[in-house]
Design a protein around this ligand. Structure first.
Ligand SMILES: Cc1ncc(COP(=O)(O)O)c(C=O)c1O
Length: 341
């Protein structure tokens, strides 16, 4: 099968570029120094490639991702780097056969974990991003509470999400340094072996983190592609041209096939005007015919992936290239997978 024969919109990854991204990161952060974040691809076959490169543990954002990895026999050491209160989903984590560590940042999240028998947690500390994570001064108290309930506290995590989008590397490094001060103090207060932090744009700026939670590096997107990182944009959406007007063309890759929160997608040799539900409207600098295929590059990979059923691995993201494999994006959604099949 050729890429151009796939029904569209088709999510396609360049096998060589993917392998190079995975190899480059495995070289920079070998073994357990990288805990790849699977939320960026939601694909257990891709997670298998990451584990094959020597990273034993994985990061997930949802119980669904952890349960899918466990079902795929990839559950050696899973970190749910997120707060979970739902007792059904939390209990499923204790029954899936994987080693699962859960992030907690409050009495309520500790209580929810304890109630279902979660055995290991990390204390999630805010390092400046207004999202989850306890105040650093509260970390020791929350850790004590978990330990008093018989839960092992493996250490801390603190994701510097407010820093990762800063384009200037020196400014990013300064942001990581400020986060590092907080991580160090929290780690001293909490104890444990793990200091988990970081992402694709800060993977080489951390000095005290024992593991980096990068995920986007595998597939990349146009936003992170502009950062001058040693990872290339490996993924694209192949779309079919549905309409050619006097000044614009339309292809079948709209909002429902693309994460748009980091901006419009790009199309080579064209100016993208806008996206609507099922369409991208653009002006091509070369003539197009209805039925042609174009490659649409997403600005934000994580939400893009979550909209597709398959990740097609091909020799290139090009209509004439051969498809080598079609991996299910099997970790999508929120409901636990049916493991009784
Ligand atoms: C908790 C957490 N860790 C790490 C990351 C890093 O991901 P990326 O590789 O996209 O920078 C994210 C991204 O949002 C995150 O939410």
């Amino acid at each position: 099968v050729r890429v151009g024969d796939l029904p569209t919109p088709a999510l396609v990854v360049d096998a060589g570029a993917l392998a190079a991204n995975l190899d480059t990161m495995a070289h920079a952060l070998p073994g357990a120094r990288l805990r790849p974040h699977v939320k960026a691809h939601k694909c257990s076959e891709l997670a298998r490639e990451q584990i094959a490169r020597g990273h034993p543990g994985l990061t997930v954002a949802t119980p669904r991702e952890a349960l899918g990895l466990a079902a795929a026999d990839l559950g050696t050491d899973l970190l749910v780097a997120n707060q979970v209160l739902d007792p059904v989903r939390l209990r499923a984590l204790t029954e899936c056969g994987a080693r699962v560590t859960v992030a907690v940042d409050s009495d309520a999240t500790v209580a929810a974990a304890v109630a279902v028998g979660i055995r290991e947690v990390l204390i999630d500390v805010s390092v400046g991003m207004p999202r989850c994570g306890c105040e650093p001064a509260d970390a020791a108290r929350i850790a004590d509470r978990a330990r008093a309930a018989g839960v092992a506290v493996r250490g801390i995590m603190g994701y510097e999400g407010h820093v990762v989008g800063v384009p200037d590397r020196a400014e990013r490094a300064a942001g990581v340094a400020a986060a590092t001060e907080i991580l160090l103090a929290a780690h001293a207060a909490v104890g444990g072996d793990v200091i988990s932090a970081g992402g694709t744009t800060t993977y080489d700026l951390h000095t005290v983190a024992t593991e980096i939670q990068a995920g986007s590096y595998a597939l990349m997107d146009t936003a992170y592609g502009a950062f001058g990182l040693p990872f290339t944009v490996a993924v694209g959406i192949v779309a079919t041209v549905l309409h050619v007007g006097a000044r614009h063309a339309v292809a079948d890759c709209g909002l429902k096939a693309l994460g748009m929160d980091h901006g419009d997608p790009t199309i080579d040799d064209a100016d993208v005007w806008f996206c609507s539900d099922e369409h991208v409207t653009f002006a091509s600098r070369h003539p197009l015919t209805v039925g042609d295929r174009v490659v649409v590059r997403p600005a934000h990979v994580d939400p893009t992936i979550a909209m597709h059923e398959h990740l097609h691995v091909a020799e290139a993201v090009h209509p004439d290239a051969d498809v080598l494999a079609s991996w299910p994006v099997d970790l999508r959604g929120w409901d636990p997978p049916d493991t009784r099949r």
